[in-house]
Design a protein around this ligand. Structure first.
Ligand SMILES: [Zn+2]
Length: 427
């Protein structure tokens, strides 16, 4: 059972917090309007609110999670606009943010306070949400003690200079204990692989043919566009909707199977992929699909996990495909083919995607690694490996040790005959 607490006035927010909300709202409304225009320009009458957000066309400082909210709101508006056969394009005038629990949370104060609870709202300033104290009216206070869990719907709106929130709450379920973490590697050979040894969505023969056809078509269109451009005529749209829809259908099915196979109570560690990482990754692959499909896969996976209430975290992706999940040795040479992982140090052999997924699972609680910038991860992993060197050596017992460590990117080559004596006491 659910209850709605409507129009809670956020009157205890100080000026600085209001300013942060105003900045967020300005960007959010602009982005939502841009999504609406983007959809109507393309005459997408029944937009898919779970589809990939067109983030490359419409760059914004909004977080991925806020972008998802804006996209869902825009999809709803466009859908009803088309179904009501309206003429004038919808223009957003009132400030209204349809948020969900990914961006707004409830927190209870540790000690008795002059207010009832905190509303924690993520803002444009990443990692710095605003905490707004909320005092409830009597009926709402009663409702929230019985229904202390926030449901998906949270609406924030501003009227006559004041901010209001509407919350939908429900009874708290049992909090499942975290039993296991399963790493999920998103790829292009397999749509996804897990650390429990499963692969999903091997690129099928019909899909491969379709993508090849689409690539040929695209090349043809590009040539034509070059011609049209020279003549100053409008160019053709390069996206192939049908091939894309076909690919997305396969992705959706693969992810459903993946989620069905997750052990009960397990959490998922998902790669934190930026658009740049995805472009890099798709260049390395066979280019069956464009980088955009990786973003779609990532968003869809997160969405499906959210939907089923499965806990997940986005973890550091750097070097997850080059690191040995057994001994921690990092080298591009560990992965001499796309499919196989073969550790140069300890000899561990595995399916390459499964090894990457195992590394992601280990990073679930690794705050230090998850907060490092990409460029520092290689060094950190090399240092950790050196610290564990005696273990790594025993893990390789019976195998011939490689005398050379290739530090990531091949910049530094260290020859080691014996581990240096200080290896156990770094610094
Ligand atoms: Zn190894």
């Amino acid at each position: 059972m659910k209850k709605a607490l409507t129009h809670l006035k956020l009157e205890q927010a100080n000026l600085a917090k209001r300013q942060k909300l105003d900045d967020l709202a300005a960007e959010y409304m602009q982005v939502t309007q841009a999504y609406i225009n983007w959809l109507i320009d393309r005459e997408i009458r029944e937009p898919d609110k779970y589809a990939a957000v067109p983030e490359e066309d419409l760059p914004t400082p909004l977080s991925d999670r806020w972008q998802r909210c804006a996209w869902m709101q825009a999809c709803g508006i466009v859908r009803s606009w088309y179904s009501n056969e309206r003429e004038n394009r919808p223009v957003l005038r009132n400030i209204c943010l349809q948020a969900n629990t990914n961006v707004v949370k409830l927190e209870w104060p540790d000690k008795p306070s002059t207010f009832d609870l905190w509303l924690k709202i993520s803002t444009l300033d990443k990692g710095h949400p605003v905490l707004i104290p909320l005092t409830l009216y009597d009926r709402a206070r009663e409702a929230i003690t019985q229904f202390p869990k926030l449901c998906s719907g949270v609406t924030l709106n501003k009227r006559d200079g004041d901010w209001y929130a509407t919350l939908v709450v429900e009874k708290r379920g049992r909090k499942p204990k975290l039993k296991q973490v399963v790493g999920v590697d998103i790829g292009l050979i397999n749509i996804a692989s897990t650390s429990i040894g499963q692969q999903y969505g091997q690129i099928s023969e019909p899909l491969r043919r379709r993508v090849e056809l689409a690539t040929a078509k695209r090349r043809h269109k590009q040539k034509l566009n070059a011609c049209l451009k020279r003549k100053g005529k409008p160019t053709l749209d390069l996206t192939d909707q049908r091939a894309e829809a076909f690919a997305r259908n396969e992705i959706g099915q693969a992810l459903n199977r993946l989620i069905a196979d997750l052990p009960p109570g397990a959490a998922a560690a998902v790669e934190r992929l930026t658009v740049k990482d995805m472009r890099f990754k798709s260049r390395q692959m066979n280019r069956w699909l464009k980088a955009g499909q990786l973003g779609y896969t990532r968003d869809k996976l997160k969405f499906k996990l959210d939907e089923r209430g499965i806990r997940y975290r986005s973890v550091q992706p750097a070097y997850s495909s080059q690191e040995c999940s057994h001994c921690g040795f990092v080298s591009p040479m560990n992965r001499r083919t796309q499919a196989d992982f073969d550790c140069l140090w300890c000899g561990y052999k595995a399916n390459a995607d499964e090894n990457a997924a195992a590394n992601l699972a280990k990073r679930f609680d690794d705050e230090a690694l998850n907060t490092l910038p990409f460029r520092d991860v290689g060094t950190e992993l090399a240092i950790r490996f050196m610290r564990r060197l005696p273990d790594a050596r025993s893990a390789s017992a019976g195998l011939e040790l490689q005398p050379i460590i290739w530090l990531p990117r091949g910049k530094v080559v260290v020859a080691i005959d014996e581990p240096p004596p200080t290896v156990n006491q770094p610094g």
